[in-house]
Design a binder for this molecule. Structure first.
Ligand SMILES: [Zn+2]
Length: 281
């Protein structure tokens, strides 16, 4: 595979990226770290704490001042390099809130970066000045409760909220389907020219793409309700019915997304559950 690991790629004036060498069924080729600005920089999603990746970022920064190291959320493929990069550059870590792990369940310990300690947390709509331009936080909970996108001019850095290669994993209890749909709707109402996701290619028709993602989830929801109307079943049976031919590495994630849909449907009174067996209300 000839992915451009540890290489600086200029994607447009004022926006460059470095791909981290952490390919997987969840990260595609790996995490894309973005450098925003020219004379002064913000680093968005520093990525996993891999020596090769941090060294490539330091080289790409090339001694320019870094005003902020920004994380969209605290999954382990996004935020752990923040600390090493802050030490290397003296830059502050500014962006999403840390997560209180005890409130988000056992899976959190595996996938969340518990060492993330920001110097400053950005609320929805708050901006930083980067190289004379505002970089604005856009709160987009759903994939995780602490997820932020970052807007700069007419480009939006979407982290894992919208990805360029696959649909986003929404894994309860921290992942929340209703919040995720509301956050998609929030993006649908914006006018961005392009999305730069942490994984996959840039999204050049954002409005159309977001509408497609929302349609996909609504279709999935209908499919789940239909399966349950045909007869009560547990989550593995729903996954089997709704995701034929699924990559076995993604079965657990699909189960998480189905669970997220079911919790949302339950809240809306459309399904009930008894001993892990779900049925239509
Ligand atoms: Zn993530």
């Amino acid at each position: 595979m000839d992915a451009p690991y540890a290489r600086l790629e200029q994607v447009e004036p004022g926006i460059a990226r470095v791909l981290a060498h952490n390919p997987s069924a969840f990260t595609y080729y790996g995490t894309q770290t973005y450098l925003v600005g020219e004379r002064e920089l913000a680093v968005i999603d520093p990525g996993p704490d891999l020596d090769e990746h941090v060294a490539a970022l330091v080289e790409a920064i090339g001694g320019r001042p870094v005003a902020a190291i920004c994380c969209t959320h605290t999954h382990r493929d996004h935020s752990p390099a923040a600390k090493a990069l802050a030490e290397a550059t003296g830059a502050p870590i500014i962006g999403c809130a840390p997560l209180a792990l005890e409130t988000v369940g056992p899976r959190a310990d595996a996938s969340f970066d518990g060492d993330y300690t920001p110097n400053r947390i950005l609320e929805d709509g708050e901006s930083l000045d980067i190289d004379g331009k505002p970089l604005t936080a856009v709160a987009t909970p759903g994939h995780t409760s602490n997820h932020l996108c970052f807007a700069c001019g007419d480009a939006l850095f979407t982290g894992d909220h919208v990805m360029g290669w696959s649909t986003t994993v929404v894994f309860p209890p921290d992942g929340d389907m209703a919040a995720y749909m509301a956050s998609l709707d929030k993006l649908r109402q914006r006018v961005d020219r392009i999305y730069y996701p942490a994984h996959g290619q840039p999204v050049t028709k954002p409005q159309q793409y977001v509408r497609g993602l929302m349609g996909h989830r609504l279709h999935r929801e209908k499919q789940i309700v239909k399966l349950l109307q045909a007869g009560p079943r547990d989550i593995p049976a729903i996954v089997e019915g709704a995701y034929p031919g699924l990559d076995p590495r993604l079965v657990a994630a699909a189960g998480g997304s189905v669970f997220a849909h079911l919790l949302d449907l339950q809240k809306r009174g459309l399904v009930t559950v008894d001993e892990d067996i779900w049925k239509a209300a």
